[in-house]
Design a binder for this molecule. Structure first.
Ligand code: NAD
Length: 341
């Protein structure tokens, strides 16, 4: 029997529609060669919705998300004025309790990276920390932001990170700033240490965030799984993406107990909108992560192998990788490889 999945697709803003379409085309090829059926249900979300709906995540889109097995989300532009709607990604992560943001970064053959043998995953706590977005201007010119950290949320993201480490090189680094943020990062540190007792086969070390950002440039190959709080994880994963070649390759999974949302790590890069110039691979890699989450590991491997093969051949590559190929050409090269590998 053909397995069927309902997939919510939110194309987003800026370069979002072009990279999301690219990933849908790749998924359509992967489903055809793998014998599964993906029903794509398109929803409206993003900055462009605010004028029409007064929100960047309309109610009908939330209803649509609830009818699906997973969501493929393009990048969206987030307004920065106080009081404006908060980021769609943050809203969906909170609404569906997608507590672990999993962002793998690895060196690819023939892609210029700081080291050739980097293979790490940043696991970022996805629902709390400074992304709670709770801020007050308590007096003109004086603002405070609440950095909420709980033992419960820290423990569940630590569990996810330890389970991943167990399947990999069995090395986990927890990153914090416990020397300054003694209470909040103290809670996070203790949660990781308590969880470690359940995974005696995993080697654990810890690092302050400032040292970790430096070490990620100096010896990136020494990291396996990094687990950290929300803002530190966002920054470290962008850095890891560039260290391994380009933000145009990095994808992220937002996972909870009942739902998953998959997106590129990069944003809507407005200056490249509609230019058919950016790298679609990050969103294509996000699509492969989604297939893995759905248990369709063969279809996911076809996409992953096709991406690696195209990068290794180095004939078709976008500007961020030093080439001249368009978004469409890069997508078509990956699709052609899926059909032939
Ligand atoms: P950005 O990731 O959009 O762009 C930074 C730079 O990275 C770009 O100028 C470009 O040089 C490069 N880049 C990004 N994607 C690329 C791709 N696919 N191929 C090649 N190069 C690429 O970050 P920003 O400029 O800080 O943010 C722009 C907007 O995106 C903001 O409104 C921000 O809030 C939003 N954003 C959204 C998400 C999300 O939807 N999850 C994530 C990050 C930023």
């Amino acid at each position: 029997m053909v397995k069927t999945y309902n997939i919510a697709v939110l194309k987003g803003d800026g370069i979002g529609p072009e990279v999301t379409e690219a990933a849908i085309n790749v998924l359509q090829t992967a489903q055809d060669v793998s014998g599964l059926k993906l029903n794509f249900l398109y929803g409206e979300a993003g900055y462009h919705c605010i004028a029409e709906y007064g929100t960047n995540l309309p109610t009908q889109t939330i209803t649509l998300l609830k009818q699906t097995h997973a969501c493929l989300k393009g990048p969206m532009t987030t307004p920065e004025e106080p009081g404006a709607p908060v980021s769609v990604a943050v809203q969906i992560r909170t609404m569906f309790n997608l507590y672990a943001n999993i962002r793998p970064c690895r060196s690819y053959p023939n892609v210029e990276a700081l080291k050739p043998n980097i293979d790490l995953i940043v696991v970022r706590e996805n629902t709390q920390g400074l992304y709670s977005g709770i801020e007050y201007e308590i007096a003109p010119g004086t603002g405070i932001a609440l950095r909420i950290i709980t033992k419960e949320a820290s423990t569940r993201v630590a569990e996810t990170a330890f389970k991943l480490a167990q399947k990999r090189r069995k090395h986990l680094t927890y990153v914090h700033k416990g020397n300054i943020l003694r209470i909040t990062d103290g809670i996070f540190k203790n949660a990781v240490k308590d969880t470690a007792a359940k995974y005696p086969d995993v080697t654990v070390d810890d690092m302050h965030i400032d040292a970790a950002t430096m070490h990620l440039i100096k010896k990136p190959e020494t990291y396996d799984v990094i687990v950290t709080t929300n803002l530190f994880g966002d920054i470290l994963s962008d850095e890891a993406a560039q260290v391994t070649g380009s933000l145009g390759l990095a994808a992220g999974a937002n996972i909870g107990d009942n739902y998953g949302m998959f997106e590129p790590v990069h944003g809507s890069a407005p200056k490249y909108t509609g230019m058919n110039r950016v790298n679609p691979t990050a969103t294509i890699n996000a699509a492969a992560m989604m297939l893995n989450y759905l248990g369709e590991t063969n279809a996911a491997a076809k996409i992953e192998n096709a991406v690696t093969a195209v990068l290794k051949e180095a004939k078709v590559r976008t500007a961020d990788l030093g080439g001249t190929a368009t978004t469409t050409e890069m997508t078509n090269a990956i699709i052609a490889k899926i059909k032939t590998l």
